[in-house]
Design a protein around this ligand. Structure first.
Ligand SMILES: Cc1cc2nc3c(=O)[nH]c(=O)nc-3n(C[C@H](O)[C@H](O)[C@H](O)COP(=O)(O)O)c2cc1C
Length: 206
C-alpha cells in the first residue's frame, strides 16, 4: 500500500481516487486489513442506526461495494424502506478514513447470492440456519443456536437451508470522501459518481 505518504506529495485527485479504491479492494480481500470491517448506517424515523459489517466485495470499475446479511435483520427493513446506505471504513496505519454512500440493491436467491454464498465458510453459515430471526429476545444469555449448530454438527448439504435467509446488499456509490490525517496537516477530498462513473472531484477544507 502506498500510504502513508507526506501530505505535500498528495497533489493529484485522480491519484487519491485510485488510492481509495485500492484501499477498499484490499479491505474486501484481506481479512487482516482494518478496512475488512466497515460501519454502515441506515436511517429510520430521522434517527441513524449504525453497526459493523464485513466488507465482502468491491467492484472498483463499477464503484459498487457489498455486504452479506440476513434478510430477516432490522437493517434490511431500513434498506428496503429508503434504498440507501452510508458506509465508513478507517485504517489508522494508512491514516485514512473513507466515507461512502449510495443507492442499494438487495440481492436474494439470485446468481450473485449463489456466487457469494458459495464463498461463505461452513462456520458462518450456521447463523443463517436458525429458526429464530436476528434480534429475537432470549430468555437467558445464549448464542441462540441449537446444540448441533453450536457443535458445527451439520453437513454442507444441510447448511444449504441457510441460503433462503442470505442476502447480498449492493451499494452503488454516488459519493465518496477521503480524510487523511497527518501531523503536518490533514487532507480531504470528495468524489461524486453518476451511474458508476466519476462526475466530480474536489479538495475540501479538512
Ligand atoms: C466484527 C463484526 C462483524 C460483523 N459483520 C456483520 C456482517 O457482515 N453482516 C451482518 O449482518 N452483521 C454483522 N455483524 C453484526 C452487526 O454489527 C449487527 O449487530 C447485526 O447485524 C444486527 O444489526 P441490525 O439489527 O441493525 O440488522 C458484525 C458484528 C461485528 C462485531
Amino acid at each position: 500500500m502506498l500510504l502513508p505518504i507526506e501530505p505535500e506529495e498528495i497533489t493529484d485527485l485522480p491519484f487519491v481516487e485510485n488510492l481509495c479504491w485500492k484501499m477498499l479492494v484490499e479491505g474486501a480481500t484481506n481479512r487482516k486489513s482494518a478496512m475488512h470491517q466497515a460501519v454502515i448506517s441506515t436511517a429510520k424515523d430521522n434517527l441513524a442506526y449504525i453497526r459493523t459489517v464485513v466488507l465482502r466485495r468491491v467492484d472498483a470499475d463499477t464503484r459498487k461495494i457489498y455486504l452479506h446479511t440476513d434478510n430477516r435483520s432490522k437493517k434490511i427493513e431500513d434498506i428496503e424502506r429508503n434504498g440507501h446506505l452510508s458506509w465508513l471504513v478507517y485504517d489508522q496505519s494508512l491514516r485514512s478514513q473513507i466515507r461512502l454512500s449510495g443507492k442499494t440493491i438487495v440481492h436474494h436467491l439470485d446468481d450473485l447470492c449463489a456466487e457469494q454464498w458459495s464463498k461463505t465458510g461452513h462456520h458462518s453459515r450456521r447463523y443463517y440456519m436458525t429458526d429464530q430471526p436476528p434480534t429475537t429476545e432470549l430468555e437467558q444469555p445464549s448464542t441462540g443456536l441449537t446444540d448441533a449448530l453450536t457443535a458445527f454438527d451439520y453437513t454442507l448439504e444441510e447448511s444449504e437451508s441457510g441460503f433462503q435467509h442470505f442476502v447480498v446488499v449492493e451499494t452503488c456509490i454516488d459519493w465518496m470522501e477521503w480524510y487523511y490525517t497527518h501531523s503536518k496537516g490533514n487532507r480531504r477530498a470528495r468524489f461524486i459518481y453518476a451511474n458508476g462513473s466519476l462526475a466530480g472531484a474536489n479538495w475540501l477544507m479538512p
